[in-house]
Structures are given as structure tokens and as C-alpha cells.
Design a protein around this ligand. Sequence first.
Ligand code: HEC
Ligand code: HEC
Length: 269
Amino acid sequence: MTKLGIALVLIAPLAQAADIDAGKAKAASVCAACHGANGVSVSDTIPNLAAQRAGYIEAQLKAFKEGLRRAQTPTSPAATMSAIAAQLGADDMANVAAYFASLPGAERGAKSAQLANVAKTHVAFPEGYKESFVRYHTINFPGAKQVRQYYANKPALQAAKEGRPIPDGTVILVEVHAAKLDASNTPVAGADGFYVPEKLVGYTAMATGKDWGKDFPEMLRNGEWNYAVFTPDKQHRPGVNQAECLGCHKPLDKESYLFTLKQLAAASR
Ligand code: HEC
Ligand code: HEC
């Protein structure tokens, strides 16, 4: 055998072929919630992956994980994908890339149905929250010309105060308001610096209950939190994909999955 021949024999076992079946299993449990089990995504804001080139998929996953492709703001969609890629090893990336690349491309306009486990939420609208909840925070959103007001119930405040994990029965509710605009379409701020709310456009909510997280895959699960979005008349907004909420809040596992835990703790003192 030539020297080159020996070198090839030694190197060959390192360059293992991707495992399409393993990729398929990971895709079915995690990626499917957004990209569809067959790589045809569930919404217009999520790209199809079916028939995409394996090298490209792998490179994007790596870029998300390493921060080369990252969110412009904490609420842009890439934040969710970075949180997911952070949980994938090099083998996982190669396997899911090989799996999606092996699929036939999507029909024009095709969309996958939402997975039942992420479509279903236990969160009910907390009637009477104005009386029993504490308003603990406010944020202006200049881009959206909105002001959001954050409310929490007693168990949330008590746990934040004591630095304990959030118990079952916790509810966080956010009122989303369109801001009052001046003649040049700029939000008008009150004396406290916050935009003056003009019109309630809806609510976002998260709440915990016993075993509420058990139907989500570990890569998306936020403890026992479930999420919901409500219309101004307190009805569930249809079509909410909890996978998106879970995916973006997932990296905050040390903060009880709350972006505003600090403010919650401060308000409870
Ligand atoms: C919670 C929803 C969600 C889940 C789950 C999810 N993704 Fe994504 N993915 C997105 C969104 C949203 C984008 C678009 C990100 C952006 O705008 O930069 C995206 C983008 C991507 C891209 C880039 C595609 C392109 O055209 O550039 C790849 C590759 C990808 N996802 C792979 C995966 C894989 C593999 C999994 C499973 C391990 C997965 N995603 C799970 C929501 C999700
Ligand atoms: C791409 C990232 C991202 C996604 C997706 C996302 N959130 Fe959030 N969420 C945030 C950020 C950042 C904050 C803190 C400031 C704010 O309100 O935007 C937040 C705050 C919240 C809060 C207030 C409690 C807290 O964590 O501070 C609630 C309630 C909430 N989100 C609900 C939802 C729901 C419901 C969904 C899904 C429909 C969702 N979020 C999807 C990023 C995200």
C-alpha cells in the first residue's frame, strides 16, 4: 500500500456519513413545530427547509449557534433560531441537514399544519386581573409605536421576591397598546416618559400549571409555562404557535424564562 493509501484508510472512519434517520427523529420532535416534519413550514415567517442544500443548512445552524447570524433585536425571529441551534451538536446539525436535504421541495404556497402539542394552551384569560394583579413594568416600543404594560399575580410576585422558582398558578399578562401619536405620527410621551396608550390592541400572556410543559420537547420546553395571545375582547387569538414563544424564551432558564424577572423582583419588594 502506498503512503497515501494508508493515510486514506486512517482518515476515512472520521468522515462519517450523516445519519438521516437520526436527523428525521430530531426534526419530527423539534424542528417540525415550525418548519414542518416534511420541511414545509407552518407559517409565512418561517422558511421551508425541504430540498434545501445540506451544506447550507449546516452552515446556517452553525452561524446561528456561533452568533455570526444573529437577531437585530431581542424580538426578531433569528433569536428563536439561535436559541435552538445553541442546543444542537455538530452531529445533530449534520443529521438534520442531511434529512431536510433528502426531502422533495415544497409545492408553491404549501403550508404544514401546526403541531397539536404546541397549538394547545392551558392559559385562560385572567378575568379581574386589574383588581388582583400588580402592574410591575412598562416598556415603550418605538418601532411598533406601542407601549406595553406588564402585570403579575401574587404567586409570581411572591416567588420573585424570595428568589424562588416560579410555582404553579403563576400568571403574567401584558397589555399591548397602540400609542397616541402627534401630528407628525410620533408617539406622545406622558410626564413619566412612557407613551400615552390610545388603543388596546391585545394581550400576551404566560402562565404555569402542574405538568403543563410535559407535551413539549425538551429543546423547547420552558419548565411548566404555557403561552397565549388574546384579542382586545379577551378571546384566544387563533393560529398562535407556542413553539415560537417557547423557543425565544428558552435561553432564560436561569430567570424562570422571564425577560422581566428583575423588574418583577424589584416591584415585589
Ligand atoms: C420555534 C420555531 C422554530 C423551530 C422549532 C426551529 N426553527 Fe429553524 N427557523 C425558525 C425561524 C423563525 C427562522 C428564520 C430566522 C431568521 O429570520 O433569521 C428559522 C431559520 C432556520 C434556518 C435558516 C434557513 C434559511 O433559509 O436561511 C435553518 C437552517 C433552520 N431554521 C433549521 C432548523 C432546524 C434544523 C430545526 C430543528 C432542530 C429548527 N430550525 C427549529 C424557526 C424555528
Ligand atoms: C423572538 C423572541 C420572542 C418571541 C418569539 C416571543 N417573545 Fe415574549 N418576550 C420577548 C422579549 C424580548 C420580552 C421582553 C420585552 C418585551 O415585552 O418585548 C418578552 C416578554 C414577554 C412577556 C412578559 C414576561 C417576560 O418574559 O418578561 C410575555 C407574557 C410574553 N413575552 C409572551 C410571549 C408570547 C405569548 C409569545 C408567543 C406568541 C412570545 N412571547 C414570543 C421575546 C420573545
